[in-house]
Write a protein that binds this ligand. Sequence first.
Ligand SMILES: NCCC[C@H](NC(=O)CCC(=O)O)C(=O)O
Ligand SMILES: NC(=O)OP(=O)(O)O
Length: 331
Amino acid sequence: MKTFFNVQDLGPLQAALKEAEEVKANRFAYQQLGKNKTLLMIFFNNSLRTRLSTQKAAMNLGMNVIVLDVNAGAWKLETERGVIMDGDKSEHLLEAIPVMGCYCDIIAVRSFAGLSDRDYDYAETIVGQFVKYSGRPVVAMETATVHPLQAFADLITIHEKWTELNANPSNQPSHKRPKVVLTWAPHCRALPQAVPNSFAQWMNAADVDFVITQPEGYELDPKFVGDARVEYDQHKALEDADFVYAKNWSCPGVKNKGNYGKILSKDASWTIDSEHMSWTNYGYFMHCLPVRRGLIVTDDVIESPHSLVIPEAANREISAEVVLKRVLETL
Ligand SMILES: NCCC[C@H](NC(=O)CCC(=O)O)C(=O)O
Ligand SMILES: NC(=O)OP(=O)(O)O
């Protein structure tokens, strides 16, 4: 595997889930694979889980790890060509990227959407340059439009819980395939679409019944929605759900490009509380974290035994380890 952005990069999902299970059972089995290999993690944005879990995964594989926070100590980087660099940006990304490539074997990049120019963000302009100029395999740690390490960890979490529920005869779920609902929820800031985009892409590829619910104007890009059922009535969407995946995202600008990145609604009736969960099939609550309580979800729901937010975060180590292992195997 030379790049990791999309679900297709991982090949058949059943094989990937099996590999995740093996890695989880013995996470130090491939210590030799990463020996004397270096992972460089570049952060243009903040992180708790991605930073810690990806570093831990690399260490499990015997790798050396360098972490660079671009905004804390590196030169400020110019990203556009053709500009006269007489402002506060001292170095151009087009020199910085090949230089970074000199010091490592794999580059992992976090670079969020700017949310001002839809075409620029959806062309993946920044990470595209890492792919083109670093000379190294590139792993997405949340780019302008995708967050595949999160979506893979979410799939592992759903697969584990569903397997556990099916293994208990007194607890036989009523559905053959889990019903998974991605629901928009309100937030005070404009957030990217990377998490819902990737979640939709991965759920469409997985063996689940997938529904997306959001207010008018929040339609995700059709390339990620695929054949998913879209239901504007949140109550209807949540009925009988086994897994409720809440997330805020700003306007993706599909129906009106001028609204790209804007907050169109703060409707508190979309906040996931115990009444919302009562419409589900004893469903489980999921969120990638960090989450703002009182906006996305209430305290009682996130703290309940049916909250999977901590197992999801724990599985970030596993998704990252499978991905780095696959990349190391092709070096
Ligand atoms: N990687 C997980 C989510 C990262 C980001 N959330 C945030 O920026 C939340 C920030 C805040 O709540 O202030 C997002 O939605 O894409
Ligand atoms: N879920 C996630 O990616 O968390 P961080 O933004 O803290 O890395």
